[in-house]
Design a binder for this molecule. Structure first.
Ligand code: NAD
Length: 436
């Protein structure tokens, strides 16, 4: 099948590449001309494990093309995927201007029947808005389908090639047949497509992300309480997770969730609720708890230094919002860095993958190190903000030699207490006994 993808970010580029890998011819459209030019030259604009190889293979096989011209791509395609940003507007609601402006363009360019598949995360009722926007410009028949995306950054290729399920919201038999054909390689291997109405499909995405945000936040509160009463969250986590109604995943406490999805989707669902006079109390609490959790270690660092961080050099390991991505949107590292700088500390940061994005944002407000150990040179303490694998088993002797002061504030509980307890460090993690 010939497919257009509009928007080549984490979702669009990965979706486009995997659809090409499944044998379709895919035209990726983006308004960012520099990005399009780079992709044409074979350069992948984001970090996503396994993507580059698949991307180059499909360009080589002439199944994957890039353009800034929506018209060109549309002429070739039967199906158009929207993978456009839906960032939080000023009031927290999802900003639909990208989705609706492209819908408007599609309405103007339509020459024959097409299926418009929305992969962006959008509030209930957006499929109707997209339909109305296109229909205002054309009499040519078309269908709009909701097909929310569940990929995880860092595992995006794996998730796109082997999704747990595909959700499709549509009442059009014609569109459903076309979508079923695209996803036939999945259904062949037993991956379910769950068909439903558009509104339920749109809400499934928000409900899923919000549920995960609640699960993480619940565990963070349990962790904070563990510290008050002398319980160990590692033990509690294992005990709870062994109940298969709960499961082990998303029970790891830390300095809060960030990223381009959970924070914005929780906000947007709260806002959508308000528009219907409905209070998502549990989500409001989740948001507040998470905001405080992100910087919970700043006050611990301050306490450790007797309330004064002026001139303290703080090493930060990890800048990405989570491991295996270069995405720094709403990353906890940034909240911590901002607060620490405000309090007069200096920062030497290390993140091999996300550094470039942080440089664009913070420039020389902080120093960047080429490896994890040089970030520790004369540092007064270390803050671990991202759970990159390379931090899991560090050489504590080298660390001790480099640091002014052997203190670690671990926002991602990287080390079992047994691994570090005889190393002579002050070690503060989340929900566990403080060492040293
Ligand atoms: P992104 O910001 O990484 O990428 C969006 C792309 O769209 C950018 O390349 C931008 O240049 C392009 N764009 C903007 N306006 C355009 C226009 N008018 N025409 C063509 N291209 C345009 O976004 P993302 O992270 O891929 O997210 C896209 C959507 O998918 C959002 O709604 C998000 O909530 C949802 N989503 C994201 C993830 C994730 O992990 N990132 C997972 C599931 C769902």
């Amino acid at each position: 099948m010939n497919i257009t993808i509009v928007g080549t970010g984490y979702v669009g580029l990965v979706t486009g590449t995997t659809l090409a890998e499944l044998g379709n011819t895919v035209y990726c459209v983006d308004i960012d001309a520099k990005k399009v030019e780079a992709m044409k030259q074979g350069s992948v604009p984001i970090y996503e494990p396994g993507l580059e190889e698949m991307f180059l293979r499909n360009i080589q096989a002439q199944r994957l093309f890039f353009t800034t011209e929506l018209k060109e791509a549309l002429e070739e395609s039967e199906v158009i995927y929207l993978a456009l940003p839906t960032p939080p507007g000023e009031d927290g609601s999802a900003d639909l201007s990208y989705v609706l402006s492209v819908s408007n363009q599609i309405g103007e360019l339509l020459t024959d029947y097409k299926v418009i598949v929305n992969k962006s995360t959008v509030p209930v009722g957006t499929a109707d808005k997209v339909r109305e926007t296109i229909a205002a410009k054309t009499k040519i028949p078309f269908d709009v389908v909701s097909n929310p995306e569940f990929l995880r950054e860092g595992f995006a290729v794996e998730d796109s090639m082997n999704p747990a399920r595909v959700i499709v919201g549509s009442e059009s038999e014609r569109a459903k047949e076309i979508i079923a054909k695209i996803y036939q390689p999945f259904t062949n291997t037993g991956i379910p497509i769950i068909f439903m109405d558009e509104k339920s499909s749109e809400l499934t995405k928000y409900a899923s992300n919000s549920f995960l945000a609640v699960k993480i936040t619940f565990m963070n509160e349990i962790a904070n309480y563990c510290e008050k009463v002398g319980a160990d969250v590692d033990k509690v986590r294992l005990g709870m997770g062994s109940d298969d109604r709960i499961g082990h995943r998303f029970l790891f406490p830390g300095i809060g969730y960030g990223g381009s999805c959970f924070p914005k989707d929780v906000k947007a669902l709260i806002k959508s609720g308000k528009q219907e006079d409905f209070d998502f109390q549990i989500l409001e609490a989740t948001e507040n708890v998470n905001q405080a959790q992100k910087v919970i270690l700043v006050s611990e660092i301050e306490k450790y230094f007797g309330g004064n961080l002026q001139g303290k050099k703080i090493a930060v390991w990890g800048l990405a919002f989570k491991a295996n991505t270069d995405d720094i949107r709403e990353a906890s590292s940034l909240d911590n860095i901002e607060k620490l700088l405000e309090k007069g500390a200096t920062i030497s940061a290390y993140d091999a993958i996300a550094e470039e994005n942080v440089r664009k944002l913070l420039g020389d407000k902080i120093a960047y190190s080429k490896d994890m150990y040089s970030a520790l040179e004369n540092a007064d303490c270390l803050l671990i903000a991202t759970e990159w694998s390379e931090f899991k088993n560090p050489n504590f002797e080298i660390m001790a030699e480099k640091m002014n002061n052997k203190a670690i504030f671990d926002g991602r509980n990287m080390f079992p207490l047994e691994q570090i307890e005889d190393k002579g460090f002050f070690y503060k993690s989340i929900g566990r006994k403080t060492l040293g």
